[in-house]
Design a protein around this ligand. Structure first.
Ligand SMILES: NC(=O)C1=CN([C@@H]2O[C@H](COP(=O)(O)OP(=O)(O)OC[C@H]3O[C@@H](n4cnc5c(N)ncnc54)[C@H](OP(=O)(O)O)[C@@H]3O)[C@@H](O)[C@H]2O)C=CC1
Ligand SMILES: O=C(O)C1=N[C@H](C(=O)O)C[C@H](O)C1
Length: 250
């Protein structure tokens, strides 16, 4: 068996450090490059990387992916900040490199993927739904990519079920206490020392509430998903959005 040669972009970061450790511990993978800010992306090709794993920053990830797609290096991406326009741009780059694959995963935690799936399943049965995402205080963006994706899925499910706007009699909210709205779904972002990555989806209707909650207490929780992505992206050309496409969820 030939090991898959992997380069990590953002290797010195919180996630990058953990990914390097996980790749080094896997018998079927070989860590061949660590790329950090100021390094040359061409180091990836020089090292013969077949897959690049990106955990950097929304402001730099597109440049990294343009390079990788152009060099025929598959990418596994955890970095947040992917809008529909950005996804369209990736499809354009991949059209010129049709054998290359990119996986964009808003969350690599298997439990988080299930939480999103369960929230979408439940959404059509409830009049009201709100998302509370809770993260460490060094997180650069809000709301989280996971919360955005969850809100999108919930909005799709509500539309499919013919549900309209949620009831909310608030007319006076000068401090934004009702949170932000993503696709019509209220999202509340908490940043707190001691937290890693957590999310609750609250679904309410007459006389009842369903709470769906996921907690990543350690970044190791993302590693099985990242390694699965690396193993699968090499045989999945084109753009894949969401780790669920590489999981058999039944
Ligand atoms: N999908 C998922 O499951 C998860 C996604 N994330 C996402 O991953 C991203 C990174 O998170 P996290 O690891 O906590 O952040 P960190 O800030 O700890 O890590 C980012 C790293 O990228 C480096 N970096 C910045 N610019 C470049 C560049 N141009 N080339 C190479 N490296 C660069 C930073 O260096 P420097 O500090 O010197 O700027 C830093 O070391 C975020 O978008 C976060 O939301 C996080 C956890 C799970
Ligand atoms: O920055 C983080 O930490 C995380 N970012 C991702 C997101 O924005 O959803 C995934 C997870 O929540 C951890």
């Amino acid at each position: 068996m030939t090991a898959i040669r992997v380069g990590v972009i953002g290797a010195a970061g919180r996630m990058g450090t953990e990914v390097c450790r996980a790749v080094e511990a896997a018998d079927d993978l070989e860590l061949v490059a660590r790329v950090d800010e100021g390094d040359d992306l061409a180091d990836l090709a020089k090292a013969g990387a077949r897959v690049a794993v990106d955990f950097t920053h929304p402001g730099v990830v597109m440049g990294n992916l343009e390079y990788c797609a152009g060099a025929g290096i598959h990418s596994v991406v955890g970095t947040s900040g992917f809008t529909p326009d950005r996804l369209a741009q990736l499809r354009e780059w991949l059209a010129k490199s049709p054998e290359t694959g990119i996986l964009i995963a808003p969350n690599f935690g298997i439990g988080a993927v299930l939480m999103m799936r369960f929230a979408a399943q439940a959404a059509r049965f409830y009049e009201s739904v709100e998302i509370v995402e809770l993260h460490h205080p060094n997180k650069v963006d809000a709301p989280s990519g996971t919360a955005r994706r969850t809100a999108e899925l919930i909005a799709e499910a509500r539309e499919g079920a013919g549900l309209g706007e949620m009831p909310d009699a608030t007319v006076d909210d000068p401090d934004g206490a009702r949170g932000g709205k993503v696709d019509g779904v209220p999202v509340h972002a908490v940043r707190l020392r001691g937290l890693v990555a957590h999310q609750e989806v609250l679904l309410g209707d007459d006389g009842e509430m369903l709470t769906i909650r996921h907690d990543s207490f350690q970044r190791t929780s993302f590693m099985p998903g990242v390694l699965l992505g690396v193993r699968r992206v090499v045989s999945t050309p084109g753009l894949t959005v969401g780790l669920e496409h590489f999981l058999d969820l039944g």
